[in-house]
Design a protein around this ligand. Structure first.
Ligand code: URA
Length: 216
């Protein structure tokens, strides 16, 4: 079994034992803010490894202490991580640790508690988006409404590609994303059972933002 199984052509389940182990620790209700944040950081580095697996590389000429050679490099500047505020920040930090040259965009969306629809309050992207590959990050793909709205806004800027990375999702979130954006692959560490009536994933891990920032 590979470390990223294709559930459907567009859902990559990152089932590496390190990712699964850390996710289990994060789900526990007794995990402290400190350890939740640290674990999310570590999982995000491992997810970055999967989502960048097919990134374009270029040959560059370098000199080792012994001779000149042609070697492979990625162009980190072509990559944009777009964090859906506020919980996306938790994934963004880990991803930037392993791709420090990436550009960063932010999109502020909150979920109307009555309608569960996404309402935008902030949008800031790097320039020249049409030259860039975008990875949108948000720990929880729950109703899918925020993710679908974020991807819609980003698509209007015509980037070269868009991928979506979350920690957890559920069948409802995947269905919403597939309906709105069948072309956008989803990378996730788990697909949980269902949403509850408040739009929370079950069994899930609770409110990711509150757990990252200790705001409960
Ligand atoms: N957002 C969260 O933080 N948790 C959920 O379970 C669903 C959405």
């Amino acid at each position: 079994m590979s470390n990223s199984d294709h559930i459907t052509p567009h859902v990559h389940l990152v089932n590496h034992p390190l990712v699964q182990h850390k996710l289990t620790l994060m789900r526990k209700k007794e995990a402290s803010t400190n350890s939740f944040r640290r674990l999310l950081n570590e999982v995000s580095m491992l997810m970055a490894y999967e989502v960048t697996r097919d990134m374009a590389m270029q040959d560059v000429e370098i000199e080792t202490p012994l001779e000149t050679m042609s070697a492979k490099m990625i162009d980190g500047k072509k990559l944009v991580f777009v964090s859906i505020l506020r919980a996306g920040t938790g994934i963004l930090d880990g991803m930037l640790t392993v791709v420090p040259g990436a550009r960063v965009g932010h999109i502020g969306l909150y979920r109307d508690p009555k309608t569960l629809q996404a309402v935008e309050y902030y949008f800031k992207m790097p320039k020249d988006m049409q030259e860039r590959d975008v990875v949108v990050v948000d720990p929880m793909l729950a109703t899918g409404n925020s993710a679908a709205a974020a991807v819609q806004r980003i698509k209007a800027l015509n980037p070269k590609s868009i991928k979506f990375v979350c920690l957890l999702t559920c069948p409802e979130g995947i269905a919403t994303m597939h309906k709105a954006h069948p072309d956008v692959p989803i990378y996730t560490a788990a697909i949980d059972r269902q949403l509850n009536e408040h739009g929370y994933i079950l069994p899930g891990l609770g409110d990711a933002g509150d757990r990252i920032f200790g705001t409960q």
